[in-house]
Design a protein around this ligand. Structure first.
Ligand SMILES: NC(=O)c1ccc[n+]([C@@H]2O[C@H](COP(=O)([O-])OP(=O)(O)OC[C@H]3O[C@@H](n4cnc5c(N)ncnc54)[C@H](O)[C@@H]3O)[C@@H](O)[C@H]2O)c1
Length: 275
């Protein structure tokens, strides 16, 4: 195995929202690239308005088995990203077990639908708490250990195409994902002196339980004009993007192949943002 096959050999990565979907894919691909993994997921209902099924403990167990199948170690815990102390505990345990922390992928997120003046206060708060405050909690749990280790590192915050282009029908989600961009770029400047890079990734429709949520179509049926904001993108498209394709970007950002890239917003959107 050459260093180009395993650009993360000897490194340790922390991934949130790791039970399924993109988070599971990131765990497997980071492990394949040589990293041991610390993984968390709520493994249960996280937002009352979500139109798709919650992840389960069995989903997280499957992630564990897939990472171990890559020959890497994994510490996986059922922790909600809104639980700041819970994140701090699992990061401390992971750093104790694996000896360091180099890569952070703040991936956990929720998406549900409604016009801004019609969603409930709970719907607003649950989305902001997971998608934005949850990322801040992840940063607070991980950055001190990365600075202390003195090895530099890479933090990858998963935003969305809807974190660059505001779209109708999920303005609370847009607000949370735009917030992730501000957080990313401020943090990148603050962490530059420690050799820690911070970037955000902006997927568009991706083939996961969230991406396949049919309640989006109910929103389009009620408000047909909204569909104009959701073009299929510039590239030929007959399906949602495979999570593995988002992991290509995440592994690149995690590795030294992107050593000049920080405070950047990387689209994974087939050109959708330019249409
Ligand atoms: N699927 C898409 O089309 C799409 C597009 C753009 C951006 N995204 C973003 O990608 C990320 C991953 O989403 P996905 O498509 O894999 O969705 P998913 O629902 O399949 O997976 C999300 C995972 O995060 C976990 N999670 C959610 N809230 C949590 C919390 N409070 N604490 C801990 N874990 C929590 C869930 O349990 C689940 O396992 C999200 O941030 C999402 O907003 C998704």
């Amino acid at each position: 195995m050459s260093s180009s096959d395993q650009p993360l050999a000897g490194k340790v990565a922390y991934v949130t929202g790791a039970a399924r979907g993109q988070g599971r894919s990131h765990c497997v691909r980071l492990a394949r690239a040589g990293a041991d993994v610390i993984a968390i997921d709520a493994c249960g209902p996280v937002a009352a308005s979500n139109g798709y099924e919650p992840a389960t403990p069995q989903d997280l167990a499957e992630t564990v088995s897939l990472v171990e199948g890559e020959g890497r170690k994994i510490l996986a815990k059922e922790v909600d990203v809104r639980d700041a102390e819970g994140q701090q505990r699992v990061v401390a345990e992971g750093v104790e077990q694996f000896g360091r922390l180099d890569v952070v992928v703040a991936n956990a997120g929720v998406l549900n639908w409604g016009r801004l003046w019609e969603i409930s206060a709970q719907q607003w708060q649950e989305t902001i708490d997971t998608n934005l405050t949850g990322v801040w909690n992840t940063i607070r749990a991980t950055v001190p250990a990365m600075i202390a280790a003195g090895n530099g590192g890479s933090i990858v915050n998963v935003s969305s195409a809807a974190g660059i282009k505001a779209v109708p029908g999920c303005g609370h989600y847009c607000a949370s994902k735009f917030g992730v961009v501000g957080l990313t770029n401020s943090l990148a400047v603050e962490l530059g002196e420690f050799g820690i890079r911070v970037n955000s990734v902006h997927p568009y429709g991706t083939d996961t339980p969230m991406g396949n949520d049919v309640s989006m179509y109910e929103m389009f049926a009620a408000h047909p004009n909204f569909i104009h904001s959701y073009s299929p993108g510039a590239l030929p498209t007959d399906s949602l993007a495979a999570p593995n394709l988002i992991s290509d970007v995440v592994v690149w950002l995690a590795s030294d192949a992107s050593s000049l890239v920080t405070a950047a917003q990387i689209p994974a959107d087939k050109g959708y943002l330019k249409i």
